[in-house]
Design a protein around this ligand. Structure first.
Ligand code: C2E
Ligand code: MG
Ligand code: MG
Ligand code: MG
Length: 286
């Protein structure tokens, strides 16, 4: 009996992975049309300065409103877009949208300082030879200053990159674009490579934020964050923390010297208009 049950479980798991493969295949097939049909949209999640709680910008996070499956998150389709090459036109669309949006926040003019927009770049976009030209063209068309854009690249995408592979990012950084190392702390352990990268921001992965949930915070995580912040500041890098879900976490991370925070405690990703509301609330409370 046990054996039969085991056999059944095996078949179930098998059927399950077949179903997933079929779903993946059909999603992949409808990706190109989805871009033409305007099925993608962007949510923005505010980036908040920890020292005074003001909104400094927002990260653009893409979603797919699939006609049959509803809203799909990036984890469900970015890997597919990446493996089929569609990530290049999709990524350019995200950049265009986000740049236009950042320009309109700027025109609205209710903010004390410049609002920045963060856009994620995947590894194939980094290897795409038109990256610098496209980015410059998009910024020009939107009338957006390069300093109002931050491109987020994961630590894993840059591991092992040689000088030639880093050149496009360096060119963008020289133009004034901020480059952030996303999901920092989950990849390579040798920190000396940081000196070679044209990055100006470290985005500390959510896994570190989790240790800050209680008071007192997890002492090992505290030491690690302290070390990273001190190294980052020594190298003139700013530190953004991801996944801040509670006020306790925000307090710990502010005391540890982190510069900027992002997470559900401040706001979930949402429509671009919401950023106006949040920033106006800031302005009237300060
Ligand atoms: P990421 O760049 O690390 O983005 C942060 C993710 O954490 C987002 O997930 C966000 O919704 C989620 N998050 C934010 N605050 C909290 C919090 O307090 N708690 C928890 N548990 N989660 C939080 P999302 O939107 O599902 O995006 C997942 C990943 O997809 C992103 O990770 C990014 O790597 C990728 N991605 C999103 N948009 C794009 C895009 O336009 N292009 C590319 N290449 N990748 C994208
Ligand atoms: Mg990101
Ligand atoms: Mg991240
Ligand atoms: Mg992350």
């Amino acid at each position: 009996r046990a054996k039969a049950a085991g056999g059944n479980r095996y078949e179930l798991a098998d059927a399950d992975s077949d179903a997933r493969a079929i779903a993946r295949h059909s999603l992949t097939n409808c990706l190109p049309a989805a871009l033409d049909n305007g099925e993608f949209f962007i949510e923005y999640q505010p980036l908040v300065r920890l020292s005074d709680g003001t909104v400094r910008g927002a990260e653009a996070l893409v979603r797919w409103l699939h006609p049959a499956h509803g809203v799909l998150g990036p984890d469900q389709f970015i890997p597919l877009a990446e493996s089929t090459g569609l990530i290049v036109p999709l990524g350019r669309w995200v950049l265009e949208e986000a740049a236009r949006q950042a320009r309109s926040w700027k025109s609205a003019g209710q903010y004390e300082g410049p609002l920045r927009v963060n856009v994620n770049l995947s590894p194939s976009q980094l290897r795409y030879p038109g990256l610098v030209a496209d980015t410059v063209a998009v910024l020009d068309d939107a009338g957006l200053d390069p300093t109002a854009l931050c491109l987020e690249v994961t630590e894993n995408a840059l591991i092992g990159a040689d000088e030639d592979e880093l050149r496009p990012l360096r060119e963008l950084a020289d133009l004034g674009v901020d480059i952030a190392l996303d999901d920092f702390g989950t990849g390579y352990s040798n920190l000396s490579y940081l000196r070679r990268l044209p990055v100006s921001t470290l985005k500390l992965d959510r896994s570190f934020t989790r240790g800050m949930q209680r008071a007192p915070a997890d002492p090992v995580d505290v030491k690690i964050v302290e070390g990273i912040v001190s190294l980052a500041h020594t190298l003139d890098l700013s530190v953004t923390v991801e996944g801040v879900e509670t006020g306790t976490q925000a307090d710990h991370l502010r005391l540890l010297g982190c510069d900027t925070a992002q997470g559900w405690y401040y706001a979930r990703p949402g429509p671009p208009e919401r950023l106006h509301t949040l920033s106006l609330a800031d302005a009237s409370s300060s």
